[in-house]
Design a binder for this molecule. Structure first.
Ligand SMILES: C[S@@+](CC[C@H](N)C(=O)[O-])C[C@H]1O[C@@H](n2cnc3c(N)ncnc32)[C@H](O)[C@@H]1O
Length: 255
């Protein structure tokens, strides 16, 4: 019986591919590779290719997902991808669909995973978690995300940041994904909450093209790379060392 795998391949550094991901990608007869267009090199594939190399007889199936939020374009693209994947299932072949980061974090795979269950209720589906940009960016920036009772919020910025000031009040660390052209709005909210100096921008984290910007105003007018994120970390010592204990620890550090 064929299996439909969603395989997270990490954030670009080929060494962030897990052993399990690599084993499955070596074993399957078909790898589904998401591309924005037939000419797109595929960010996910660049993380896989160096370790995987050639696998005799294996098909590398390009699946095209245009970069748009328009459902009239996206729905047919997802259905077409499922048609093509379904042809391989009909031949008894398992398919591993690769995704940047983790398959269940803002990934096209989620639609395929749910669509596949509707089309083929008996199909076995397996998800191989990947290192998400959320943790990879934190590591690359050297910013701990949360400790003790601290709370993390993750927002897809491109869908609106109107409530950002409110969220910044309620959470200790805020991760803004899909930053695209929202930097001016983000900067405004950060200025209002006096947190501009706590925000860092990072693009193409863990790759050779990684870029880090600590002065967000300097990129306010730029169109950001698709693979970019802003991390706002208040780090007010509200973790394990909260309240009185935090003050004692700070005093100890200072002495
Ligand atoms: C469609 S989501 C995919 C998220 C992915 N599934 C994950 O777990 O990281 C794309 C967004 O993830 C973030 N992203 C993915 N890879 C990144 C990287 N290497 N550096 C910075 N941000 C990244 C960006 O915010 C980008 O807009």
């Amino acid at each position: 019986m064929p299996i439909f795998y969603g395989v997270g391949v990490g954030t670009g550094d080929p060494e962030l591919l897990t052993l399990k991901a690599l084993r499955i990608l070596r074993e399957v007869p078909v790898i589904g590779i998401p591309r924005r267009s037939p000419y797109d090199p595929s960010f996910a594939w660049t993380a896989v290719e160096p370790s995987l190399g050639e696998v005799p007889g294996q098909e590398r199936l390009s699946l095209i997902f245009p970069m748009t939020k328009d459902p009239t374009v996206l729905l047919p693209a997802w259905e077409k991808a499922l048609d093509e994947i379904g042809e391989r299932f009909a031949q008894g072949k398992s398919v591993a669909f690769i995704t940047a980061g983790d398959p269940f974090v803002y990934s096209t795979f989620i639609y395929l995973y749910e669509g596949a269950a509707k089309r083929w209720p008996d199909l076995r589906r397996e998800v191989v978690p990947g290192i998400s940009s959320i943790t990879a960016c934190a590591a690359a920036l050297g910013i701990p995300l949360a400790d003790g009772k601290e709370r993390i919020a993750v927002l897809p910025a491109t869908y609106g940041v109107d409530d950002l000031a409110e969220i910044l009040e309620k959470f200790d660390t805020v991760i803004l994904m899909k930053v695209n052209n929202c930097v001016p709005k983000v900067v405004k909210a950060l200025e209002r909450t006096e947190l501009l100096d706590k925000a860092v921008y990072i693009s193409k984290a863990t790759t050779r093209q990684q870029k880090v910007v600590r002065n967000l105003k300097s990129i306010e007018k730029d169109r950001c790379d698709y693979f970019s994120m802003i991390v706002v970390a208040k780090r007010t010592n509200s973790g394990v060392l909260a309240g009185k204990q935090a003050k004692q620890a700070q005093a100890r550090d200072a002495s």
